[in-house]
Design a protein around this ligand. Structure first.
Ligand SMILES: Cc1cc2nc3c(=O)[nH]c(=O)nc-3n(C[C@H](O)[C@H](O)[C@H](O)COP(=O)(O)OP(=O)(O)OC[C@H]3O[C@@H](n4cnc5c(N)ncnc54)[C@H](O)[C@@H]3O)c2cc1C
Length: 408
């Protein structure tokens, strides 16, 4: 009898996994549950080209609708899975129960809420879905004042889009620099300068005291007693993994669904991948939850093979990218909880065409480039390697000559 694989969450991870399963020759039943009404899609355009009005959504979908018919994928969109019984090998959704042989949890992540703002009655926006992006797009009108809480990737991309729409933008960040935790002060400063040069009123080291509303506008009171008024308050203070289903089912969870290097969860025949998975990374030697596009694709592919019973491991180094104004960057690696000793910068930081390497001793923990697209592969080759630091610092030595191998 043919097997049934059930995939929960119709995001990029599941879109990639079902593709890989069919390409690998799986002929059994594929049942996909998605709480959103949409076919699996990529979210990055929602804060970039699509929000800017530069691109259509069509290209964001993993496949057009007919692909799922052709590949015999049973898509159940707008349906949330509400219970999992891993002993009985069943899930419950919309009042019906579905049995599975193998189950993928790819439930993703949701924006962390800011109760202060939610309870204020002020106009507040978050950004995760197509609907969120459409609403935001409607609000970003020339001359409007937008306050963004949180100087992370989403907050800064929204700030960039809002400036492009002619809005007056203030970004409120509690740390001393935006992106400080990910990039450290040396490179985070580049993003602070970038936004200020594009007219963003970037306020760092702030605390929020209260949010109220006045005639339909948001009034944010800061810890120093000052107030910021805005037509819209956009909250971008990170995301939390959607683990409720897994937790209620008794699966091991800690900052996500805990999975091994083959993306197996703590119960037989249950797997997790993408934003929701906290996966053991064999090269880094620790658990890591990655909230990025490349990880959704990479783990989506690997988990398909794992579900097919193949002995595979996910050991791709974390990768992410952003586009803000005229700055495009790509970052590979993960500095980790122990931090780094130094950052080696090469190129012209002032002109925002450079590479950066985060080192502990002579080991490269992470690398990135800004507007230097030829550097992507050499960076991939260097991350995780021990290098001759003097040669890395010496810009006369091409990056390609330092990298022992590219393409991880
Ligand atoms: C605006 C935006 C911009 C981004 N830009 C970048 C970028 O530039 N670079 C980058 O690397 N990454 C970016 N990301 C991150 C990237 O989009 C995510 O890493 C990726 O979407 C993760 O895919 P996923 O399938 O694991 O989870 P998700 O995309 O979160 O999809 C999970 C799906 O599961 C559904 N679901 C949850 N629970 C259930 C349930 N019980 N039953 C049924 N369905 C359920 C959810 O509704 C959701 O549709 C961005 C994210 C956002 C929001």
């Amino acid at each position: 009898m043919s097997e049934t694989f059930v995939l929960v969450g119709a995001g990029l991870t599941t879109g990639t996994a079902v593709t890989e399963l069919r390409e690998a020759g799986f002929t059994g039943r594929l049942v996909v549950y998605g709480a959103e009404q949409h076919l699996p899609y990529e979210r990055p355009p929602l804060s970039k080209g699509y929000l800017l009005g530069d691109s259509e959504l069509d290209s964001a979908f993993v496949h057009p609708p007919q692909w799922y018919d052709e590949q015999d994928v049973d898509l159940r969109l707008g349906v949330e899975v509400t219970a999992l019984d891993h002993r009985a090998h069943t899930v419950t959704a919309g009042g019906t129960t579905e049995a599975y042989d193998r189950l993928l949890l790819a439930t993703g992540a949701s924006p962390r809420r800011l109760a202060l703002a939610d309870d204020s009655g002020a106009p507040v926006a978050y950004l995760r879905t197509i609907e969120d992006s459409n609403r935001l797009n409607d609000s970003l009108r020339e001359g409007r004042r937008v306050a963004v809480v949180g100087g992370g990737w989403i907050g800064l991309e929204v700030a960039s889009a809002a400036r492009s729409h002619g809005c007056d933008v203030v970004v409120l960040e509690t740390l001393d620099l935006p992106l400080l935790r990910v990039l450290g002060p040396e490179v985070a400063q580049v993003f602070a300068d970038l936004h200020r040069e594009h007219g963003v009123d970037l306020r760092t080291g702030i605390t929020l005291s209260s949010v109220t509303h006045d005639g339909g506008r948001a009034v944010v009171r800061l810890g120093d007693g000052s107030t910021v008024e805005a037509d819209l308050l956009v909250v971008g203070v990170g995301v939390a993994p959607n683990t409720a289903l897994a937790e209620a089912a008794g699966l091991a969870c800690d900052n996500g669904v805990l999975v091994d290097e083959g993306l197996h969860a703590s119960a037989a025949d249950v797997f997790a991948a993408g934003d929701v998975a906290n996966a053991y990374h064999p090269l880094l030697g620790r658990d890591l939850r990655v909230e990025h596009w490349d990880n959704a694709i990479g783990q989506g592919r690997t988990v398909a093979h794992s579900m097919l019973g193949q002995a595979v491991t996910y050991d791709r180094l974390p990768y992410f990218y952003t586009d803000q104004y005229d700055l495009g960057m790509e970052y590979v690696g993960n500095v980790g909880p122990d931090g780094y000793d130094e950052v080696v910068l090469r190129g012209d930081v002032r002109k925002r065409t450079f590479t950066a390497f985060w080192l502990r001793g002579d080991r490269v923990l992470a690398g990135m480039h800004a507007n230097d697209w030829d550097a992507t592969e050499p960076i991939r080759g260097l991350v995780g390697q021990q290098v001759d630091v003097a040669r890395l610092r010496d810009e006369a030595v091409p990056l390609g000559a330092l990298a022992p191998e590219a393409g991880r």
